[in-house]
Design a protein around this ligand. Structure first.
Ligand code: ADE
Ligand code: ZN
Length: 330
């Protein structure tokens, strides 16, 4: 069956990571910047491994120069999400890339993104919420400035604070101050952990940053006591199976622990992370999971209800989206 029309909730995307390669290529051309090295012959993004991926990601992002570029990006991103049946999506947005962590510039970027999101909601019925995101390899001082941007714009569209980037750089605990600032501003918290490092990284995220959700978190599966803790503490994992397989965290979907985590009782959700970088979208993710693990529309409905339960949104939005999911016949 096609999963295209099934309403979906997606909790883990990076706004720049959702930029269609053609969009970045045309911005580069307008600015006479040579980015030919970051594209494959067939028009995708080219990189060797995760660390090179981060470099290519930042090179692509370098041509997103103005709030208006982010407005166009938001529109393109939400059109693709809506096309895959996504009705509610959260995206990571970095003040590092949007105004160099200057609060006033950040406000301008955010306002452009929000205007585009409001239009997309009107035209396509898709809801977007933003998670302000620190980039781990930019260090704890930059993360504090990022948290300051988050504090200044918390509420309404901005509902969360998170961290992505190179998991091998520093420790989760190095960023505790930034996460404390965000918590005090009333933001929900998540961090990438247990993608490249093992279970200790996930434990550090819970102990040192006190997050409610974990980006990826899949390597927690290697430690049964930690799996129990995820269940007891009601932690939701933002799992991105296609991303993990494409980047080589697991050699194939058969080896991926998402089904085992779910069967043990961990709250797992499904997201695309950076869809064009991993040649994926939510329909492909569902088709692959269905083929590999036999999941059907009933499983995906439960998964989406779990995702909206863990979404960083207000109760009225949650109730509205939940109603759409619940009224689907499967
Ligand atoms: N930034 C964008 N995608 C990421 C990923 N999969 N892990 C860490 N940082 C990222
Ligand atoms: Zn991510």
């Amino acid at each position: 069956m096609s999963y295209k029309s099934l309403p979906k909730v997606e909790l883990h995307t990076h706004i720049e990571g959702a930029a269609p390669p053609d969009f970045i290529r045309s911005l580069a051309k307008e600015q006479s910047v040579d980015l030919s090295g970051i594209f494959t012959e067939d028009g995708g993004y080219a990189y060797r491994d995760f660390w090179h991926f981060l470099e290519v990601y930042e090179a692509a992002t370098s041509v997103l120069k103005a709030p208006q570029d982010y407005a166009r990006l938001t529109r393109a991103f939400l059109e693709n999400c809506a096309e895959a049946g996504v009705i509610y999506v959260e995206t990571f947005i970095s003040p590092d890339f949007c105004g160099g962590r200057d609060v006033s510039a950040w406000r301008d970027y955010l306002s452009a993104i929000q205007d585009a999101a409001t239009e997309a909601e009107r035209d396509m019925g898709i809801t977007l919420r933003g998670i302000v995101t620190a980039v781990r390899h930019f260090g704890p001082d930059a993360a504090r400035e990022t948290a300051r941007c988050a504090q200044e714009t918390a509420g309404g569209f901005i509902t969360g604070f998170g961290m992505g980037g190179d998991e091998k750089s520093g420790t989760q605990g190095d960023f505790a101050y930034a996460f404390d600032m965000a918590r005090e501003a009333g933001l929900h918290l998540t961090t990438h952990a247990g993608e490249w490092n093992g279970p200790d990284e996930v434990r550090a995220a819970l102990d040192d940053l006190r997050v409610q959700r974990i980006g990826h978190g899949v390597r927690a599966f290697e430690d049964p006591a930690l799996v129990e803790r995820l269940i007891e503490d009601d932690i939701t994992l933002e799992v991105c199976p296609g991303s993990n397989v494409f980047l080589g965290v697991y050699p194939d979907l058969a080896s991926h622990p998402i089904a085992k985590l779910r069967d043990r009782g961990v709250k797992v959700t499904v997201s695309t992370d950076d869809p064009p970088f991993f040649r994926t979208d939510m329909v492909k993710e569902y088709e692959n999971l269905s083929r590999q693990f036999g999941w059907d529309a009933t499983d995906f409905k439960a998964l989406n209800l779990s995702a909206i339960g863990a979404a960083f949104c207000d109760d009225a939005t949650r109730a509205r989206v939940r109603k759409i999911l619940e009224t689907q016949d499967v």
